[in-house]
Design a protein around this ligand. Structure first.
Ligand code: NDP
Length: 292
């Protein structure tokens, strides 16, 4: 039997509609319009598309956005000066530095320069620490999107074995941390998993992925997770976005997985749309924190 399709696009739309209402209420009460400043260094085509999509999503939600474009040869000092300026600007509530940055710039130095209260990506060391301790200020956008999909599709996380393939700072590691917490913003059923994290040096990977009730692929390799790596009936969340000759594909061999999994996210239309929705969520949260 074919797996249930988890409609990330629909869920993202639902969340964006909710945020739009919340933003309007916040503006009415506080007289403050939330504002997201995006910083784009260089002319990477994918980054330009992401930033444009984020700007459009802000506009629809009633959030003001700024785009600060810097050339690829911008120095670290100049980038830090811009971030300092945005940190001190009371009209800016959230700051997003689009990654990847050019190789002459140290990413962690830049991300740690963003004021923690404006760090809507939740990449600052202080915010990462708060997530790990289970008292998040901002939830990282893509991992939060994954949890929202599971929760809104009625898939219990508590007590399940979640296997996360990928240990990046942006997806794998923070997601694993969120899944194993005692609670979440969506209640204890959206946390309390038994979590296994796998990576490129994991031995016997298929043996481990086959034990997953919830299998999350955040690897960056097209169709890496094959049907024989999935336990029948498991929920499969595909975070991967890979550009191939056949168009965008995920990290999961979707057509084959559909026959084994109980539920699965498509690519595109799965996790991707949630990332922007959760960025809007954090921008509103940042504006609320700074207004009090
Ligand atoms: P990274 O490249 O930072 O991390 C990839 C992870 O996968 C690493 O931990 C790596 O292990 C692991 N890995 C690589 N090869 C293997 C292998 N053969 N077996 C097991 N593990 C392996 O990627 P990101 O986490 O940033 O992104 C992952 C994917 O998700 C990409 O396709 C990206 O485009 C997509 N993405 C999607 C988003 C969305 O909005 N939907 C947002 C962010 C990312 P090791 O640490 O050992 O190198």
């Amino acid at each position: 039997m074919a797996a249930q399709l988890l409609d990330g696009k629909g869920i993202a739309k639902q969340i964006r509609d909710e945020i739009k209402i919340d933003v309007a209420e916040f503006v009415e009460k506080s007289g403050v319009t939330p504002c997201l400043a995006a910083v784009l260094v260089g002319d990477d085509p994918a980054s330009q598309v992401y930033v444009r999509n984020k700007e459009r999503a802000c506009e629809v939600a009633g959030i003001t956005s700024q785009l600060h474009r810097l050339s690829a040869d911008t120095s670290e000092t100049d980038l830090l000066a811009l971030i300092e300026q945005l940190n001190g600007d009371p009209a800016v509530h959230g700051i997003l530095v689009q990654l990847p940055l050019p190789s002459h710039i140290t990413e962690t130095k830049i991300l740690d320069a963003v004021h923690p209260l404006k760090d809507v990506d939740s990449f600052h060391a202080e915010n990462v620490g708060l997530v790990v301790q289970g008292r998040p200020r901002f939830l990282p956008c893509t991992p939060h999107g994954v949890v929202q999909i599971l929760h809104r599709c009625g898939i219990e996380i508590s007590g399940k074995h979640a296997v996360v393939v990928g240990r990046s700072e942006i997806v794998g590691k923070p997601l694993a941390n969120m899944l194993l917490q005692r609670g979440s913003n969506l209640g204890p059923s959206a946390a309390n998993a038994t979590v296994t994290v796998c990576h490129s040096r994991t031995a016997n990977l298929p043996e481990i992925t086959r034990q997953a009730d919830i299998l999350i692929a955040a690897i960056g390799q097209a169709k890496f997770i094959t049907a024989d790596m999935i336990k029948p009936g498991a929920t499969v969340i595909d975070v991967g976005i890979n550009r191939t000759d056949d168009g965008l594909v995920g990290d999961v061999d979707f057509d084959a997985a559909l026959e084994v999994a109980g539920a699965i996210t498509p690519v595109p239309g799965g996790v991707g749309p949630l990332t922007i929705a959760m960025l809007l969520w954090n921008t509103l949260a940042a504006a609320r924190m700074q207004a009090t």
